[in-house]
Design a protein around this ligand. Structure first.
Ligand code: FES
Ligand SMILES: [Fe+2]
Length: 399
């Protein structure tokens, strides 16, 4: 890559403007990061049966993710090996075989070419299977990686699963999916997500339920300690992993993190008043006060899973100046809409937080793209996660 791009970057500070606007840098990111990392594709419950598929954009490449007859999930480039048409044209569907709409070549779920009419007797079907990507599924989450030599997935699964496996996302259903189209660079969204320095001034609803903006408030020290102590005892009895129970939002690993945090005293979930928004708890929980299981990964995923619903996010960069953020809200598979929950009430808390964040991002975008912008320093305590993330990003771009 053109190393001059990073000449203006001072570690401990934000990135220079070109990283948010330059099409050449965006193309490098798509190749070096998005087509070379574990990308959150969606939820297992979106593909419940054999032949169910979803299509998505991964680093600018059309990809199809499909479940086979044995329940295994496969990811392929959604590009026909004949003359390059995309094959699955819908965002979600079901197909016994994947049939190209141009000349009807057909592929098995594992990507093998099984039908290619009139191609002659010598034609080698074996050599024309779909180009494969890597797909991994755990605890109701599906990740894909287009690299031929992907980084080991086990380290991610082994770190996140102890926190997420008890949340029941594998046996959930989607209550709501909402796409937010933002006219900002994707890194503006991720950087904003990596700190709560801005929470006190911008997220009244969020800080009234979570402790993370007040970890260092001496007035709350005793309350937080008492709350953590009580929760650890109950959660351990319930069989949860309590090694990472805290109220911190600090990174717990290099490119991903996971922990479990209690919500404020007297509250049980992330909702406007801290009380349940779904009457059926996830994963067979009987105690509603199970805190929030939180996780994220570089590059495009975060999750807040509560006892009654889970909220996840998938980020897709579209161009240097356009990003689609997909919000998912899941409830237990036995919950009935209208009886046990209202999707709008399930979504209310995080929809508010995100709407506040999108306004922050919009204002920052005006400044970053103006002549007066010069990257400033990060707070060593409140923005350590952002600094770490930007350093990781710089390392990926220069690797
Ligand atoms: S391009 Fe797919 S069958 Fe021809
Ligand atoms: Fe925020």
């Amino acid at each position: 890559m053109n190393v001059h791009w990073l000449n203006g970057y001072r570690p401990g500070h934000g990135l220079p403007r070109a990283f948010y606007t330059d099409p050449e840098i965006f193309a490098e990111e798509q190749a070096r990061i998005f087509r070379n990392s574990w990308f959150f594709a969606g939820h297992s419950v979106e593909l419940p049966k054999s032949g169910d598929y979803m299509t998505l954009d991964v680093g600018g490449a059309p990809v199809v993710v499909v479940r086979d007859r044995d329940g295994k999930v496969h990811a392929h480039h959604n590009v026909c090996r004949h003359r390059g048409s995309i094959i699955c044209t819908k965002e979600k569907g079901k197909a016994a075989r994947l049939v190209c709409p141009y000349h009807s070549w057909s592929y098995a779920h594992d990507g093998q070419l099984i039908g290619a009419p009139m191609m002659g007797e010598d034609f080698d079907k074996q050599a024309h299977g779909l180009k494969r990507a890597h797909a991994e599924e755990f605890d109701g989450l599906i990740f894909v990686n287009l690299s031929e030599t992907p980084s080991p997935f086990d380290e991610l699964r082994d770190h996140l699963s102890p926190i997420l496996k008890s949340q029941g996302m594998a046996k959930a259903k989607i209550a709501l999916i909402r796409d937010y189209e933002l006219d900002v660079n994707w890194k503006i969204v991720v950087e904003n997500n990596r700190e709560c320095y801005h929470c006190e001034a911008n997220h009244q609803g969020y800080v009234s339920v979570q402790y993370d903006s007040e970890n260092d408030n001496p007035d709350l020290k005793d309350e937080i300690a008492e709350r953590l102590g009580d929760c650890r005892i109950r959660w351990e009895k319930a069989g949860l992993d309590t090694a990472r129970v805290n109220t911190s939002s600090n990174n717990t690993s290099e490119w991903f993190r996971a922990n479990r945090t209690p919500v404020r005293k007297g509250m049980v979930t992330e909702s406007p008043d801290g009380q349940l928004v779904c009457d059926v708890l996830m994963a067979g929980f009987t105690d509603p006060d199970m805190g929030t299981a939180r996780a994220n990964t570089n590059i495009n995923f975060w999750c807040h899973a509560n006892s009654d619903y889970a909220h996840t996010v998938r980020i897709t960069p579209v161009s240097p100046t356009k990003t689609i953020v997909r919000g998912y809200w899941l409830v237990d598979e036995n919950a009935v809409e209208g009886r046990d929950y209202d999707p709008e009430k399930i979504a209310a808390f995080h929809h508010e937080v995100m709407s506040e964040d999108w306004e922050i991002c919009r204002r920052q975008w005006i400044g970053i793209t103006s002549p007066g912008f010069e990257p400033g320093p990060y707070s060593p305590t409140k923005e350590a996660n952002v600094d770490r993330y930007v350093r990781w990003y710089a390392s990926q771009m220069t690797a």
